[in-house]
Design a protein around this ligand. Sequence first.
Ligand SMILES: O=P(O)(O)OC[C@H]1O[C@](O)(CO)[C@@H](O)[C@@H]1O
Length: 238
Amino acid sequence: MNELEFGGKVKEPDVRMLRDMDDVLYDRRWARGAEDQELYYMYRDLFLSRRDGDLFVEQGIRYDITIIPPRMLGREYVKTAGHYHPTVPGEAVTYPEVYEVLEGEATYLLQREDLSDVLVVRAMEGDKVVVPPGYGHITINESNKRLKMANFVARGFSSIYEPIRERGGGAYFLTEDGFVENPRCEEAAPLREIEVPKVKALGLSKNREIYPIGREVGKLAWLVRPQDYLEIFEGFLD
Ligand SMILES: O=P(O)(O)OC[C@H]1O[C@](O)(CO)[C@@H](O)[C@@H]1O
């Protein structure tokens, strides 16, 4: 039922369960009384043809699709667990990522690890949202529609979950009463909301899906070698 057909093949997802999220939820009381259940579906390392798959591997990039059905987790809107990315080996810069909303609406919470900057971006179908180096990210579905989103990211690194888990979630929770501060993130900067940042300098546009860009060798090199593109990321989220 939760299979995805992609490139003529049926793909099975990794499933994020409620119990995986116990440490990062706003409404703990609700969670304690709720049965374990499926929250969202991650289809990783997708390609439409063998050739595309080879091209993605050659470039060190990976294409994923994530599906988040709408629902409430008690008083909080459904969201991803949230994570940071590691630094590129030998560099001081962390890997970025690009998301594309394929269906529905996505609310992206981006935060620096020291919480000196925390922001929210609301994205609609076709929007591309880049998570620049230095930021962790949580995706929230606050709509009543299914959210289907794609991402390209450098392959072969492991996401870092501890900082968000240790603080009991992101710096802010999106609840039925709006954003609420996480009491374990007292030093967090005030939440700011920005429009979807312009992504032209990274070769992206609202009118073009990201998937075919992955076939153009080198076009997504900024995902793998962000240290060569620092001037583009400078002030990217201002
Ligand atoms: O790892 P989390 O925080 O559950 O978020 C899942 C998302 O992250 C990714 O691993 C990419 O960063 C996707 O596969 C998926 O959208």
